[in-house]
Design a protein around this ligand. Structure first.
Ligand SMILES: Nc1ncnc2c1ncn2[C@@H]1O[C@H](COP(=O)(O)OP(=O)(O)OP(=O)(O)O)[C@@H](O)[C@H]1O
Ligand SMILES: [Mg+2]
Length: 316
């Protein structure tokens, strides 16, 4: 029997007065995954996350979080969930450290005896130790974001839900968050992390779901989303006819680009187990003069643009 999913939604929908911000979303987040929740600005990521956490009510649909139905099981389930949601609120005149102490005090499942140590460890993990004594109102956006992540890490969690954790961070901070997310997963937590940055998701996630204007347009492992065997070969050669013959003999279907003598032949690498290196070797050993050889894997970005249509533009 497979373990139940960490997050499972069915028909999840949220209507505001003038729009469906989230429309019939069926997420299935496997336990132990680092699950990227990817979508352009305004596609419904934060609204979905707020519903998952019981911070907003769903117009319709169901949510299972760990072993419970939300929002009914919130009291049992949420202590096992650490969360960072858009724009975390802190007491401005308390230091970062004091804010974490307060937040931890409010968590009745967090043991008091270890509070000081856990707060310091959380600050350390997000790289905020040096600024821990500074008042939160003097924090930059990136520092506030780090403090929000630290809050989610105060106690060990089965599931972390992080809404754009690298929002406002510089490249170094972004890298640190990426590593942090991976280390959380290595520690056994499931991590559900939203982002509008494809490259970021590609680098830290095992699974991904793509949102577009409130709808879930794809979900699966990164490999599934990239699509198998979407490698296109491009060969520049004066020996176009011979190149085409060699490719055809390998089971590929070559196209010829351009009427020039030294032309480009392209072919999708559609034969399972046939690697670009083998194609190149076959061309050369058949006497084809290969001036250029490229094997371009379909990037996730191509897939993302194809799925969301408008790419990363905000359309409402
Ligand atoms: N309280 C609200 N009232 C009305 N409309 C809302 C409300 N909250 C969100 N929306 C709308 O729902 C849509 C989805 O918003 P949401 O914040 O979930 O997107 P997002 O994917 O998190 O975007 P971003 O990447 O910018 O954070 C947007 O069009 C937004 O304007
Ligand atoms: Mg958002």
């Amino acid at each position: 029997m497979t373990a139940p999913a960490a997050i499972e939604t069915s028909g999840l929908t949220k209507s505001f007065a003038h729009q469906q911000a989230v429309d019939d979303v069926g997420l299935s987040v496997p336990r132990g995954s680092v699950f990227g929740f990817l979508g352009p600005n305004g596609s419904g990521k934060t609204t979905t996350i707020r519903m998952l956490l019981g911070l907003a009510s769903a117009t319709s649909g169901t949510i299972r979080l760990l072993d419970g139905a939300m929002p009914d099981a919130a009291a049992e389930v949420l202590p096992r969930v650490g969360a960072l949601v858009e724009g975390p609120a802190f007491y401005p005149f308390l230091s970062g450290r004091a804010n974490l102490h307060r937040l931890d005090t409010a968590d009745r499942y967090a043991p008091r005896s270890t509070r000081r140590r856990r707060v310091n460890e959380a600050l350390e993990r997000v790289g905020l130790s040096h600024a821990a004594g500074k008042r939160a109102h003097a924090y930059s956006l990136g520092m506030k974001q780090r403090l929000g992540i630290a809050n989610a890490l105060l106690t060990p969690r089965d599931l972390l839900i992080l809404d754009e954790p690298s929002n406002g961070l510089d490249p170094q901070g972004t890298r640190e968050v990426r590593n942090l997310v991976r280390s959380l997963a290595d520690g056994g937590s499931t991590v559900f992390v939203s982002s509008h940055l494809l490259a970021e998701v590609e680098q830290m996630c095992t699974h991904v779901a793509v949102m577009s204007t409130g709808r879930l347009v794809a979900q699966g492992t990164l490999e599934e989303l990239r699509g198998h065997d979407h490698v296109q070969l491009r060969i520049e050669t004066p020996d176009v006819g011979d190149a085409r013959q060699v490719l055809a003999s390998l089971g590929l279907q070559p196209d010829q680009g351009g009427p020039m003598a030294a032309a480009t032949v392209t072919a999708d690498l559609t034969v399972p187990g046939l690697h670009p290196e083998a194609v190149n070797a076959a061309l050369v050993s058949a006497g084809v003069r290969v001036r250029g050889f490229a094997a371009d894997a379909t990037s996730l970005e191509d897939r993302f643009v194809a799925l969301t249509g408008e790419g990363f533009d905000i359309d409402h």
